[in-house]
Design a protein around this ligand. Sequence first.
Ligand SMILES: [Ca+2]
Length: 399
Amino acid sequence: MSFSGSALKQALAILIASALTHGYAQTGKSAHSKPPQPAKTVQPQKPAQKSAQKPAQKPAQKPVQKPVQTALPAFSENSTVAGFIAHMVANHKFDAKILAEQFAAINPNQRVLTLFRPKPPPDPSKPAVRSWKSYSSRFLNESRVESGLLFWQENAATLKRAFDQYGVPPEIIVAIIGVETLYGRNTGSFGAMEALASLAFHDPGRGDFFREELEHFLLLARENGFDPLKIQGSYAGAIGIPQFMPGSWRKYAVDFDGDKIIDLERSVADSIGSIANYLNKHGWQAGQAIAHKVTIRGNPKDAWLKAGMLPSLNVKELAEQGVQGAQDSPDIATFIELPTPKQPAEYWLGYQNYYAITRYNRSTFYSMSVFMLAERLKARSAAFVESAPTARLHSFNPD
Ligand SMILES: [Ca+2]
């Protein structure tokens, strides 16, 4: 982004004036003198969402966070924000005064920044070892399977239509919604604009990405007539039943219930269609395998682990090197390690459809949780969803 000096000065002047006029005394918000607003920062989340984010801690035992004096300047005092406003005015004809007022109504949210970038462990020489078992137990449990079967049953016709149109099977869509928001029950309790702006202007690593997402968010709000201050989402600004980032919403979301509005906050059908379209556009291959569990001789080779998420390893060559268990698979795979401290790691080969899931969230643990939850749902669906019109779901023919 580049801004002319005068536009930037003008935006900054509007920001400051707006802060003074509509200031914190009136809104009851101050980044400096008051503790974080309970409604946005330490609001008790629904137990299920708590379990989805921090399963090890029971909410009742968690000590109340003490007010923290933040050193972060208010958005209305931030020249980068002024530059961003000038950009929105110059490129998208936004009203500088209204945008400045909206920035004056939100504050840099320290909890957002902490959740997005947790503090490193006290002893950097002992990096925390991730635990697949601990991570996946949040999602691979009876409660989430049963809720998923009910969701599948309730939405069987829509899921079949998404499968017919995009080739993505129901269990994958159900599993993604199950992992993301517990089937739409926990769509996030952070102000989306505040979360996005906090990361856009205060995260040292991903500021560029979140400034783009904030731009998409404001455009999305304008295009749909949303009040940007009333939209809630995750701490990273993901919105709605499928937790789309604003840029993905604008690019991949579809109206799937025919009311000519794309509503990922309330429409389950729009969410199902949008997830299917997203995976389809990211290379989903109808009918192809997603991943196979494998055994190996000895330790995995560095070259396998460093090959990246995009499938690039020749499955026949891997078999010659002792990777067993990937019969009837696509030719090219990525090697997946799922470590748990003090236990043997699990090893898997993932194919193009695994890669498509990683485009939703670029995490091996996330993607394998979706896949394994989907497998459990599929195994139980025949008995559970028997009366629903899904009997021929798996006869999808890509031709
Ligand atoms: Ca719709």
